[in-house]
Design a protein around this ligand. Structure first.
Ligand SMILES: NC(=O)c1ccc[n+]([C@@H]2O[C@H](COP(=O)([O-])OP(=O)(O)OC[C@H]3O[C@@H](n4cnc5c(N)ncnc54)[C@H](O)[C@@H]3O)[C@@H](O)[C@H]2O)c1
Length: 661
């Protein structure tokens, strides 16, 4: 066998998966075929001494990462998809039917098809290691589990738990998996095999049985009564629609499959699952989500600098400006266990930043992402200051003061004087030239842009800006640091608005022109949301802040001229002193349930033309983005179209649905 190694030790057969020339194990046609052969031999009694089969992996930190996504990507028809799912299920069912004890020994990532294989075993054990990650993330690729996951998981952990795992594609730690009852035992990493052998022998000797978690009373009512189940499914559907706004069919299909199959015949359930998988695997949504998955993988390690440049690690970070962004960055950096010193000129700003950070940490505690002592430790890593005391020790200082070039240049001069010559200096500016800030220092080669998105803890992108004199060493360190913070990185050129804001502002302006022409603001927002944008453009302006949005829009108008002319409605709303959501009034009234500001149409004034139709409005908003993206490519702001794809999806929530008009 190419992918497996079978070793028989007394009454236990160890089957180790180890795909050659690959860091991970995936279930593809070849591995499934070889697995089928081993199972065939075991079921035919080729090894009569064998009483138990332990399936594990030889890869570090990986059990089986899933089914081969390339094979799913290349599926061309529903029939082909159904056939693949049925074939896989047949093999796993033969594993489930073996009359010896079968144990999945999970030493790392156990996802998708890998977890479905583990589910087909009699029991599952895992190591305590952080590398153990278990789940069925198929919905994230626009499909549902196809190797029996929707049938076996609810049988093991109950309907409500299975729904919560499958619908969100949730991936859980070993400990959490144990709480769900989806692993029977946890063992220390270095004793995983020896302890598993002991566990198997105890079962074989009749001394122990795999644990069966007892359902709580409420769970029994919800899962075992028709009324309870009706409640569970309708609540699940409501939650999914709230999350996906109806753009992603996979979780809805998963609910339907479970509704039709829960508590029923396994074989029938398998077929229903395969058919749903077949319908989903050929959709544009699935193909595009798979594309995004590959792009994310690519950009996780994309070499933005020559390979011989080793990035210097950031252990201490300074931040200047403790507003929305500076405060957010401080929280994120400390969350990642990095010492963070944050400076502002305003005592209250520092107090607010700490308050906001504390709230985020407490939220993580509530969600059980952190323990109480973690929260205390991490929060304790942030120290506020009104001076530059302590900045000499920083490996990097990130500037996040107001969007004003003369202020930023002054702050860069200060940062230059108050840090070690080795310290990297970065700006979180939305649109201003990094070059100008770099030239205000004695070390322009150590200056780069590090553009986070709001809210910092949630938005997954950092746009790193390579200015004229930024050295490769600096770039490598900033890219590496951004990745350490858990972000996807794109590197772009130092042009006004860089990549994302340049494209986004064209869209926001176009929305403003539509309002100028008499289209209602909530209608404009609805059109964009119907296309799949996470929020409408006018709502977005209110979220960002009309003052901030206006400043950025002005910078782009000054740089690009007529094409980026700031729409008059933004000028008018700004001149009324409206700030948007932070002051509860902007285009919308944010007091209570959000509604259009009652004076907004008076402020905007009379319609300047015929009101465009919905389709035309949408095309105008999307096409200006496409045009600006094409210009960015042409001008070499980025080298690859994929950089724009991933930047827009991660930075703005642009829907990766492959939708036309
Ligand atoms: N708000 C967003 O959505 C967003 C998103 C990405 C980038 N940005 C950029 O991040 C930067 C900060 O934006 P924000 O929204 O956090 O602004 P903000 O107004 O919330 O915060 C700015 C902070 O800087 C402080 N400050 C001003 N001058 C200072 C100085 N000389 N030294 C130290 N602190 C000083 C202010 O007291 C204030 O607390 C801007 O460049 C902005 O364009 C903002």
């Amino acid at each position: 066998m190419n992918n497996f190694n079978l070793r028989i030790d007394g009454s236990i057969a160890f089957l180790r998966i180890d795909q050659p020339e690959s860091k991970v194990n995936v279930l593809n046609t070849e591995t499934m075929k070889e697995l089928a052969e081993v199972i065939g031999k075991l079921s035919e009694g080729a090894y009569p001494e064998v009483k138990a089969l332990a399936i594990t992996s030889s890869k570090d930190g990986i059990f089986i990462a899933g089914a081969d996504i390339k094979e799913i990507q290349h599926i061309k028809s529903t029939e082909e998809a159904i056939e693949k799912a049925e074939q896989g299920k047949k093999i796993l069912q033969r594993l489930a039917d073996l009359d010896i004890l079968t144990v999945a020994v999970i030493n790392g990532a156990c996802l998708g098809g890998g977890f479905e294989l583990a589910l087909a075993c009699d029991c599952r054990v895992a190591s305590f290691s952080d590398t153990v990650k278990i789940g069925l993330p198929e919905v994230k690729l626009g499909v549902i589990p196809g190797f029996g996951g929707t049938q076996r998981l609810p049988r093991l952990t109950g309907l409500t738990n299975a729904l919560s795992l499958i619908l969100a594609g949730k991936i859980v730690s070993a400990k959490s998996a144990s709480r769900y009852g989806i692993v029977d035992k946890l063992f220390p990493d270095d004793k995983l095999i020896t302890d598993t052998v002991e566990f198997i022998n105890e079962i074989l000797d009749g001394k122990t049985k795999p644990d069966k978690k007892k359902k709580k009373l409420l769970q029994v009512f919800l899962e075992n009564t028709p009324l309870g189940r009706m409640l569970v499914f309708s609540q699940a559907k409501k939650n999914v629609l709230k999350q996906t706004k109806g753009f992603y069919p996979a979780p809805i299909e998963a609910i339907e499959v479970l509704k039709r199959t829960y508590g029923g015949n396994l074989k029938k359930g398998f077929r229903i699952e395969s058919e749903a998988f077949g319908r989903l695997a050929i959709t544009d949504v699935s193909k595009n989500l798979i594309k995004v998955f590959y792009l994310l993988e690519k950009f996780k390690k994309f070499p933005w600098t020559p390979e011989d440049i080793k990035p210097k690690a950031v252990k201490k970070c300074g931040i200047v400006g403790a507003g929305i962004m500076g405060g957010g960055i401080a929280q994120l950096v400390s969350y990642k266990d990095i010492l963070t010193r944050v400076k502002d000129i305003d005592h209250d700003a520092l107090a607010t930043a700490l308050k906001v950070a504390k709230k985020l940490f407490e939220g993580a505690l509530k969600k059980r992402k952190l323990k109480k002592h973690d929260v205390e430790y991490k929060f304790g890593l942030i120290s506020p200051t009104l001076t530059y005391d302590g900045f000499k020790n920083a490996d990097i200082v990130i500037e996040a003061v107001v969007e004003d070039l003369s202020i930023k240049k002054k702050v860069f001069e200060e940062m230059d004087k108050n840090t070690s010559p080795e310290t990297y200096l970065a700006s979180n500016t939305s649109a201003l030239p990094i070059k100008e800030m770099a030239n205000a220092t004695s070390r322009p080669e150590k200056v780069a842009g590090m553009h986070f998105f709001n809210p910092v803890h949630r938005m997954p992108l950092v746009e790193v800006i390579k200015a004229e004199k930024t050295s490769d060493e600096t770039l490598a360190a900033v890219v590496n640091f951004s990745r350490k913070l858990g972000k996807t990185v794109i590197v772009v050129k130092d042009v006004p608005g860089f990549l994302i804001n340049r494209i986004l502002l064209a869209y926001l302006n176009e929305a403003g022109f539509l309002a100028e022409e008499g289209m209602k603001i909530d209608v404009i927002d609805k059109i964009a949301c119907k296309f799949g944008m996470p929020m409408g453009p006018i709502t977005l302006i209110d979220e960002v802040g009309i003052d901030v949005g206006y400043k950025v829009a002005k910078i782009l108008e000054d740089s690009y001229g007529e094409r980026m002319k700031v729409c008059s409605v933004l000028e008018k709303v700004k001149s009324k002193g409206l700030l948007g959501k932070k002051a509860k009034l902007g285009f919308y009234d944010h007091k209570g349930r959000r509604k259009p500001n009652k004076d907004i149409y008076e402020i905007i004034g009379n319609a300047s033309g015929d009101i465009p139709g919905e389709e035309e409005a949408l095309k105008r908003m999307i096409y200006v983005m496409v045009n600006e993206a094409a210009r960015c490519l042409e001008e070499g702001v980025v080298d690859l179209p994929e950089t724009i794809d991933i930047g827009m999806v991660m930075g703005t929530g642009f829907p990766p649905l492959g939708r036309g008009f």
